[in-house]
Design a protein around this ligand. Structure first.
Ligand SMILES: *[C@@H]1O[C@H](CO)[C@@H](O)[C@H](O)[C@H]1NC(C)=O
Ligand SMILES: *[C@@H]1O[C@H](CO)[C@@H](O)[C@H](O)[C@H]1NC(C)=O
Ligand SMILES: *[C@@H]1O[C@H](CO)[C@@H](O)[C@H](O)[C@H]1NC(C)=O
Ligand SMILES: *[C@@H]1O[C@H](CO)[C@@H](O)[C@H](O)[C@H]1NC(C)=O
Ligand SMILES: *[C@@H]1O[C@H](CO)[C@@H](O)[C@H](O)[C@H]1NC(C)=O
Length: 447
């Protein structure tokens, strides 16, 4: 990664433009992420999706946002959708210069794995690999996701093997191409009836080719005045203790009640959880209808002309970022005091031989529906409902437990998330509701 020290000064001068952009890669060993120098890497990340298709093509905009992200203390972004064929040099270099890493989702609006009729086919594989081809060239690509919230109900558990099959094939593709070992993971919805089976399932194989390189959770359990124990984080911690691969929050930051305090950061990046978890990604950078933004590019524009491509869903998506107050400062203040050091790679390495893998969850009637002894789907395979129902005793009814700390915790105004997940019908519906709420004056803006 770094230029040889024996280069002559003349050569060094010529290489200056290149060496400025040198950033350590991140790798996963055992249950932790490390920089090349062996220091443990903890994520302080921001979900960044200014435009639905790809926020990493507008270098000037990335640079304007990076100024504020650096002020916040961020060292990572998460991007849900990118255009693999676009040029990302400008943004990726600018993020690297600021020490900011990328976690990127490999699917598009049309290629995400679907829990109702799961399949994993060549069209999906080609698309996922194209994104990997594009982003593996950047040293600040820290990880890729083969899915985001694919499973959202207990009867969606049939899709879990398809998520894992995608990870298996993308890892094999990465290795065949000789790319560095960019960690391949999954971002799960926080659904009580799927916990802890999904978490265990994706990490239970003793064959590293058939398990994820990391697992992450979109969790909104800690809301307002809460604590480590009342939020349920103590339970998340208990069930993640001894987990064999890195685990982190791929979305967090409950927004009800306002203002957002981000007090959960002190637990995640502090002594309660930093021995197990690798940090958190805050949802999200831009203020839009779902009201999770850390910054805004101006008030909403409910009647923008259809030709104004800078406005999507009534929100301007370009310009000078203005912090949402006091949320932005609340997060900044926490992160400034939270600098876990973890363990060094050299000290940790000797203990990795003692890592054990959780038991693969067994299937239960009306519950987790994956037979732990069945092989993963092959590329091109589609879930066969009829064959499956022959050896199942029915779908059962999911009662959706919602008591105490075992409750599911998904984002409020889930429409925002669905927009990211790429449901065009929902997007339109969503746009209509913005107009409505604008008219009713129900949307509050922090300027
Ligand atoms: C290792 O590299 C990281 C990232 O560049 C840096 O923050 C950290 O201080 C370095 N650790 C040591 C021990 O030099
Ligand atoms: C799960 O079951 C519910 C109700 O029984 C149904 O509405 C939903 O579509 C099912 N989901 C999947 C993924 O099969
Ligand atoms: C993969 O499935 C999608 C539907 O989700 C379909 O449009 C596409 O043609 C399939 N690709 C192949 C190679 O079968
Ligand atoms: C591990 O999994 C890979 C991918 O499915 C497979 O090709 C390989 O044979 C497995 N290795 C062992 C030792 O089972
Ligand atoms: C933790 O695991 C136990 C059993 O393995 C399960 O009953 C419980 O719901 C899990 N808790 C969470 C918060 O996932």
């Amino acid at each position: 990664m770094f230029p040889s020290l024996v280069l002559t000064p003349l050569l060094l001068a010529g290489l200056q433009a290149v060496t400025v952009n040198a950033i350590s890669t991140i790798s996963a060993t055992g249950a932790k992420f490390f920089y090349e120098n062996g220091t443990q890497y903890y994520i302080k990340g921001i979900a960044y999706q200014l435009t639905p298709e790809d926020p990493l093509t507008d270098e000037a905009q990335c640079k304007r946002d990076i100024v504020r992200m650096s002020e916040l203390g961020a060292n990572a972004i998460r991007v849900y959708h990118v255009d693999a064929s676009a040029d990302h040099d400008g943004c990726m270099t600018a993020f690297a210069d600021a020490g900011i890493y990328l976690f990127v989702d490999l699917d598009t609006f049309t290629t995400a794995i679907d829990q109702t009729a799961p399949h994993w086919n060549k069209t999906q594989y080609d698309r996922f690999s194209a994104v990997l081809d594009e982003f593996q060239q950047y040293d600040n690509t820290a990880g890729v996701f083969v899915g985001n919230e694919v499973l959202t109900t207990i009867n969606g558990s049939i899709a879990a093997p398809y998520v894992l099959a995608a990870a298996r094939d993308i890892k094999a593709y990465r290795d065949k191409k000789g790319y560095r070992e960019i960690p391949v993971g999954y971002s799960a919805a926080d659904i009580s009836e799927l916990r802890p089976m999904l978490q265990d399932y994706v990490a239970c194989s003793t064959n590293s080719s058939e398990r994820l390189d990391f697992y992450s959770l979109n969790a909104y359990e800690w809301c307002g005045e809460s604590s480590y124990s009342t939020s349920g984080y103590d339970e998340l911690q208990k069930n993640a203790t001894g987990y064999p691969i890195p685990i982190f929050f791929s979305e967090t930051g409950c927004n009800t009640p306002a203002p957002r305090t981000f007090d959960d950061q002190a637990a995640i990046l502090g002594s309660e959880m930093d021995g197990t978890w690798s940090g958190a990604i805050i949802y999200e950078w831009i203020e839009e209808t779902n009201d999770y933004g850390l910054i805004s590019y101006g008030a909403s524009v409910s009647n923008a002309a259809a030709t104004n491509t800078l406005v999507v869903d009534g929100y301007t998506r370009q310009g000078t970022p203005t912090p949402v107050s006091p949320d932005f400062t609340n997060l900044k203040t926490h992160w400034a005091t939270l600098n876990p050091t973890g363990v060094s790679l050299s000290a940790y390495k000797s203990s990795t031989s003692a890592i054990t893998y959780p038991d693969c969850p067994s299937s239960t009637s009306g519950g987790w529906a994956v037979d732990p002894s069945s092989a993963l789907p092959t590329l091109g395979q589609t879930y066969n409902k009829d064959a499956a129902s022959a050896d199942s005793t029915g779908t059962g009814s999911s009662t959706g437990s919602s008591s105490g700390t075992t409750a599911s915790s998904t984002k409020n105004g889930a429409a925002g998330n669905m927009m990211l997940a790429g449901n065009p019908a929902t997007e339109r519906l969503f746009a209509a509701s913005i107009v409505l709420s604008g008219v009713l004056g129900m949307v509050a803006f922090w300027l």
